[in-house]
Design a protein around this ligand. Structure first.
Ligand code: SPV
Ligand code: MN
Length: 633
């Protein structure tokens, strides 16, 4: 074997790989004509010391091999439907790990709201933890496109992992792209992802979760993720790529967003595309499925093409929350999840004895089986006497977006779809009306996108009801300062000839008795209103915070799309301007940004103007102002 030092030339890397890999894997890798990829792979193989390496190409044999060994090695378990499998992450590895997910910066330079860490220290630490971490295991090397073929939007990535489950997931969620690497390697810019589940126990769970690290080296477009399996931590192209993508977008002046893309039909059959950003658990998925066509459900790359904002979904699969999915509210997803003809990986659900998959919402009886914490039976309690839920609230399904009946035909279009509206939504019981349109782009990105907040849910017991600031629904995924991210949005908008309209939605407004006012299906009416506004087909009422619908338009839309009567009484509850609450929100946002040194001045100017208008309104009409008092535009 070649010694680990002085691997300087092309030939030396190749010699090392040739001597270490089996001939087939070597042949596949050597076909990629890019020294830097081979160099990095060599480095990681030497560090992690896998017992074998498997290179995943686009071939159906390779794709099938990964799915097969994932079952053979117990990373996934069979169910009573052939290509439906169940994967368990273990009780301590069920979600994204905010604390140990860190962006590496020179000297650990802080970035507001970003968990940073000294790059040199971080790289040393991760190498230390990763030394020999794949001993006795197979390393998979796979290549993906983050975007459609032949598209300027598309980014590239190489994934190294010892988890067949991770590659199986990525084979569903992304386009395999080995061929592209062979064709264009030396001209490709690509991200690198190294992952190891680390030591696993008999259940297949990562043992050393206390040594879980997810380090994002933005300078080198590389992410290291170890001692974890939960897909939000381990699947490189999901939320780890999002952070790298945000950084590249910032440098090149385009947007990488935590947004769905969906089409809404309007008069004459036209389709108008919207993006939507929501923190987890605020109605993002159900909004996508209330729309008429689906381009993407989680991530969007948005670029200026000839003055128009166009959006691409870089993914081709969904990693969706399964908790609560039921045949009445989510018929399309439910059908996909129960069909004998689909491929689905279920994670952290209940796998009943006999092989049936169960989650909250499944139309079948509960029964004993395996879940995220091991053996489970009805009524089972944990050490502190609390009942263990059969299926975890963050249990998920991984499946192809191509199964959707309302998949948009432009899913693979190299230029994506034109974006005419951007929607932001949070969980807000007190302040925001169900739908609101900003006065213009700058006003929208400041008072809606950059001001996004969402109520903390029961997950953080002592803080229920407190609003958590989550700018652009990107709190967990920013690799640059929120100030810079906002500046990027200003610049992006400035260079567009057609600027998307910016909307806010809030499905969680409560009445004076603390009851939610809107119904789950009502989002259809808000979407249809936004569609009409994009085209200037309906008037709206001007308030200090933006435009809201007229009563008569909503009454008509509720009747037409939902077959429901929309009462004037309800309109007053939902659309009266809650001036005091709005002023409070404005103050909260102001004080957060006043702590962020690179916040553009324009944010404070726009907030000041909004505050002035709200105070004027209060002086004239009081603290709660009915929309009938305001002017139509
Ligand atoms: C989210 O939490 O926003 C997700 C799932 O889409 S994860 O991959 O964990 O980020
Ligand atoms: Mn997401």
């Amino acid at each position: 074997m070649v010694s680990s030092s002085n691997l300087n030339s092309d030939a030396e890397f190749l010699t090392y790989l040739q001597q270490t890999l089996d001939p087939e894997s070597y042949r596949k890798l050597a076909a990629i004509n890019d020294q830097s990829i081979l160099k990095w792979i060599t480095d990681m193989v030497k560090l992690a010391r896998p017992s074998s390496v498997y290179v995943v190409t686009n071939s159906s044999e390779d794709i099938a091999y990964v799915a097969k060994v994932s079952l053979e090695r117990g990373e996934e378990l069979p169910t009573n439907i052939p290509r439906h499998t169940a994967h368990f992450d273990g009780p301590r590895d069920l979600a994204r790990d905010r604390k140990n997910t860190r962006v590496l910066t020179q000297g650990g330079t802080p970035i507001p709201l970003v968990n940073t860490y000294d790059r040199d220290v971080g790289l040393r630490e991760i190498r230390e933890i990763s030394r020999g971490i794949m001993e006795g295991r197979e390393m998979f090397i796979a290549f993906y496109c983050f975007g459609p073929p032949d598209s300027d939007f598309t980014m590239y990535a190489v994934q190294l992992t010892d988890s067949a489950y991770v590659i199986h997931s990525e084979n569903i969620l992304y386009r395999n792209c080995y061929d592209e690497f062979v064709k264009k390697a030396s001209n490709l810019r690509y991200a690198k992802f190294f992952h190891s589940a680390g030591v696993r126990d008999r259940d297949g769970w990562s043992v050393n979760v206390d040594r879980r690290r997810i380090f994002i080296d933005i300078e080198d477009s590389t992410v290291y993720s170890v001692n974890t399996q939960y897909a939000g931590n381990s699947v490189g192209l999901k939320k780890l790529m999002l952070r790298l993508c945000v950084y590249v977008g910032y440098r090149e002046k385009w947007l990488c967003e935590h947004m769905f893309i969906a089409g809404v039909r309007g008069p004459g059959g036209r389709v108008t595309y919207f993006t939507g950003a929501f923190p987890a658990g605020c109605g993002k998925t159900s909004t996508v499925f209330s729309a008429d066509t689906v381009v993407g459900d989680d991530i969007a790359i948005i670029k200026n093409v000839g003055g128009l904002a166009r959006g691409v979904n870089p993914e081709v699969g969904m990693f969706g929350i399964i908790d609560g999915v039921n045949p009445a509210d989510d018929p399309d997803i439910y059908e996909i999840l129960t069909s004998p003809d689909t491929e689905v990986i279920f994670s952290n659900v209940l796998l009943k004895d006999g092989g049936e998959v169960w989650w909250r919402g499944k139309e079948s009886a509960l029964g004993s089986g395996l879940n995220y914490a091991g053996r489970w039976w009805p009524g089972m309690k944990d050490g502190s006497g609390l009942e263990i839920p059969p299926s975890h609230p963050n249990a998920r399904f991984t499946t192809s977006i191509r199964y959707l009946k309302n998949l948009d035909p432009r899913i693979d279009h190299p230029l994506g779809v034109p974006i005419h509206g951007m929607i932001f939504g949070g969980r807000d019981p007190r302040t925001l009306p169900p739908v609101l349109e900003a006065f213009n782009w700058d006003h929208g990105v400041v008072t809606i996108g950059a001001s996004l907040e969402s109520e903390k849910t029961a997950a953080v017991l002592e803080k229920v009801g407190e609003m958590e600031f989550n700018p652009f629904a990107m709190l967990d995924f920013l690799s640059i300062s929120p100030g810079k991210f906002l500046e990027l949005h200003f610049e992006f908008g400035e260079n567009l000839t057609v600027k998307p309209k910016v909307f806010s939605v809030n499905y969680f407004l409560k009445d004076e008795f603390g009851r939610y006012i809107a119904n789950k299906v009502d989002k259809k009416a808000w979407l249809k209103w936004m569609e009409l506004r994009v085209h200037g087909d309906v008037e709206a009422i001007e308030t200090p915070v933006g435009y809201i619908p007229t009563y008569s338009d909503l009454a008509r839309l509720f009747d037409e799309y939902l077959g429901k009567t929309y009462s004037e009484e309800r309109y007053l509850k939902e659309f009266s301007i809650r001036v005091d609450q709005y002023l409070e929100k404005t103050r909260r946002i102001w004080s957060i940004y006043s702590e962020i040194p690179d916040t553009p001045r324009k944010l404070f100017e726009i907030l000041t103007e909004q505050k002035r208008k709200l105070e004027d309104l209060r002086a004239r009409y009081g603290s709660v102002v009915e929309p009938f008092k305001l002017e139509r535009k």
